[in-house]
Design a protein around this ligand. Structure first.
Ligand SMILES: [Zn+2]
Length: 480
């Protein structure tokens, strides 16, 4: 079979053919770094990670770029709307640059923790200002963009294909969220550049005015800079289709004189929590860190994500995570049983079992080749697990056990499993919790002036290489 992917642009599954044979150029929209990343981000980036891993499994070299939005993403996209980064900075009493840096580093850690393969490059919007200015200048020269006293805008009436991705008709545009600005020619025109007041922290000099970039321009610029004028895959969550991706197409294709910007547009479904949309005001906002603190093992979240198709909406709940955990436990129990047979088994071989494994592996690959159908591939995978259990119950064949292990590990790696020994992960987390409990007990003892006991905790921990030190925010610990 050949790989087929669903393209949002054509609304069809299409045969996957890359621009450059053997290489996939892939761009996925990254986060605006003004707060902790939530499990919705986790879902999107795990889903694309599985896509990357499968493309690599098929033998492609994947050139993968994911951006970091650290400037100019206005909430509601209106100048009056407060910048997300400025809002974060005010809350934390830091400069917006410090806030962006803090949450960017936290995002990297979260992605590593989820075992997401690092993109080849993760450019920041603030690094790309000269390139953005160049693109905007060209768009003005070509007659696609115009300058007003409030900014530089893209004239959507000049780009006849506007709406081809989201299938929004031009005359229906006014129904959608658009930037109110009386200086614009059409209400649907979007900002490439915005004028900024003098005290605004994100402010660059341009031929037109001091200001900052609109949100959409960075992705066109970065995608072209690192991957060329045309890419194979451009991805993101489906709420980016309009206006973000629609605007990316307009400005990119206007810039390159109509070269198709992207071959395949891939969009992930959204994540709800217990059936409701996640939002801070509802109090059901779960960060990746909070999820991890509760479930300890990143593979549980990965299992939860692959249990649904990447295009489907997905509902996070304790039950869904518990189900994912149980599935994983079954896999690991089978691997333990396999190891036992490898150690103590006999030399027999069962051709029938090996053929069954081969058939299920083929069906797994076919499911993945059908628009990365992970729920179907996972069903095949769990069938391999149960067939292996059944077989090794009756036949203690070392060779069969080895063969099963090979297939389970090889295919499991496509889902991003087995990156670290599982038990080690869980043990490390448990150990951290135990140290934290000891720290709290030590604090209680100190409050009750039982210094002999509290010092004993400190001294005994030191003996095993853990040093407690006091900070204004309470005691902390480190390895020494
Ligand atoms: Zn983007």
């Amino acid at each position: 079979m050949v790989l087929k992917v669903y393209n949002t642009l054509t609304k069809k599954k299409e045969e996957f053919k890359t621009i450059e044979p053997g290489t996939v150029r892939m761009y996925v929209c990254g986060p605006t770094v003004y707060d902790w990343s939530h499990i919705g981000h986790g879902r999107t980036y795990v889903a694309f990670d599985v896509i990357v891993r499968f493309l690599e499994y098929l033998g492609y070299r994947v050139k993968y770029i994911r951006n970091i939005t650290d400037v100019g993403h206005l909430s509601g996209e209106a100048l009056e709307g407060e910048d997300k980064l400025l809002k974060g900075a005010k809350k934390e009493k830091r400069t917006p640059w410090e806030v962006a840096d803090k949450y960017m580093m936290a995002f990297f850690k979260d992605m590593d923790m989820l075992g997401i393969r690092r993109p080849d490059y993760q450019p920041k919007a603030s690094q790309m200002i000269p390139e953005m200015i160049e693109m905007i200048e060209t768009l003005i020269k070509k007659g696609y963009a115009y300058v007003t006293e409030t900014g530089v805008y893209f004239d959507v009436s000049k780009f006849e294909d506007y709406g081809k991705l989201s299938k929004i008709k031009k005359d229906e545009l006014s129904k959608h969220r658009i930037e109110p600005d009386p200086t614009k020619r059409n209400p649907a025109d979007f900002a490439l550049w915005k004028k900024a007041p003098e005290n605004y922290p994100f402010r660059w000099k341009t031929p037109w005015m001091f200001g900052f970039p609109g949100w959409h321009i960075e992705c066109s610029v970065m995608s072209m800079k690192f991957l060329g004028e045309q890419v194979d895959i451009h991805g993101g969550a489906k709420d980016l289709v309009f206006p973000h991706h629609e605007n990316e197409i307009a400005q990119s294709e206007a810039y390159t004189s109509k070269k198709p910007f992207v071959r395949y547009w891939l969009h992930t479904g959204l994540l709800t929590i217990n059936g409701e949309k996640m939002s801070k005001s509802k109090g059901n906002f779960i960060t990746i860190r909070e999820m991890f603190a509760k479930w300890k093992d990143p593979e549980i979240f990965r299992m939860f994500v692959i249990s649904s198709h990447y295009r489907s909406d997905i509902d996070y709940s304790d039950k869904a995570m518990q189900d994912a955990k149980e599935k994983l436990d079954r896999i690991y129990n089978t691997l333990d049983r396999i190891d036992e047979v490898i150690e103590n088994g006999d030399e027999s071989i069962s051709n029938e079992f090996v053929q069954k494994l081969k058939k299920l592996k083929k069906e797994f690959i076919e499911a993945m080749e059908d628009d990365f159908n992970t729920p179907l591939a996972l069903a095949k995978y769990m069938e391999i697990i149960s067939e292996t259990n059944k077989h090794l119950e009756k036949v203690k064949s070392k060779k069969d056990a080895e063969k099963a292990k090979e297939v389970i590990i090889e295919l499991g790696k496509i889902f991003g499993f087995f990156q670290k020994p599982r038990k080690k992960n869980i043990e490390e987390e448990k150990m951290k919790e135990i140290i934290q409990i000891l720290l709290e007990i030590r604090e209680d003892l100190r409050k009750k002036k039982l210094f002999e006991l509290s010092d004993k905790i400190r001294d005994e921990l030191k003996k095993v290489g853990i040093e407690i030190y006091d900070t204004p925010k309470g005691p902390k610990w480190k390895f020494v």
